[in-house]
Write a protein that binds this ligand. Structure first.
Ligand code: DAT
Length: 191
């Protein structure tokens, strides 16, 4: 079984994926580290303080590596770098945008990077990429807001055991509208 844990940066992928791998006795691959170690980066964006990855090279190398592995948990927001025939189960972690903003600020991310990631979470960016690239049938979408890592890992193990799938159940726009927060996050840049 090859499991992908994905979601917007800051939602808790690494924390959950490492614990999940430990509980299952699986290997763990952090795709960003895999890419950097092998030199699959094109440049470093100084404004966003991030490596720009050569997705095609990374995808090829990951495909090779994953063919030789069986029990593995992958951790990345870069869904496009995952060969579609190399994963059996895809967990898309979600987080309330306000909590995500505070976690990314705590990481001292540049303001632009914080807002880009919060917007991506609101607009289901990673989920949409996962559906498009890997298929809805593999996806288990999970709202992590207010839940402990132990709870999340238990829920994932249960979903794995029972073959549960869940997708398109989270609507942050609706939630933010109800909470009067929509304009804080989704105002037009021209206003
Ligand atoms: P990601 O790998 O998606 O970027 P992470 O695992 O590094 O996310 O977690 C981001 C931050 O959030 C980090 O400071 C740990 C914290 N965190 C992770 N899971 C959490 C949870 N369930 N509840 C509260 N904080 C959590």
């Amino acid at each position: 079984m090859k499991i992908l844990v994905t979601g917007t940066p800051g939602v808790g992928k690494t924390t959950v994926a490492k614990q999940l791998a430990k509980n299952l006795g699986y290997q763990y691959i952090n795709v960003a580290e895999f890419a950097i170690e092998r030199g699959f980066t094109l440049r470093f964006d100084k404004t966003l303080k991030t490596h720009i990855v050569d997705v095609e090279k990374l995808k090829k190398a990951l495909g090779k590596t994953l063919k030789e592995m069986d029990k593995v948990v992958l951790d990345t927001h870069l869904v496009d770098a995952i060969p579609s025939d190399c994963v059996d189960f895809v967990i898309v972690l979600r987080l309330h945008p306000r909590e995500l903003e505070s976690r990314l600020r705590a990481r001292n991310y540049p303001k632009q990077k914080v807002m880009e990631n919060v917007e991506a979470e609101i607009l289901d960016y990673v989920l949409v990429r996962a559906v498009k690239k890997l298929g809805e049938d593999l996806i288990y979408e999970l709202d992590t807001t207010g839940k402990t890592t132990a709870n999340l890992v238990n829920e994932i193990m249960e979903a794995l055991k029972k073959g549960k799938r869940k997708c398109g159940t989270i609507d942050w726009i609706n939630v933010l509208e109800r909470e009067g927060l929509i304009e804080k996050y989704l105002v037009s840049k021209n206003q």
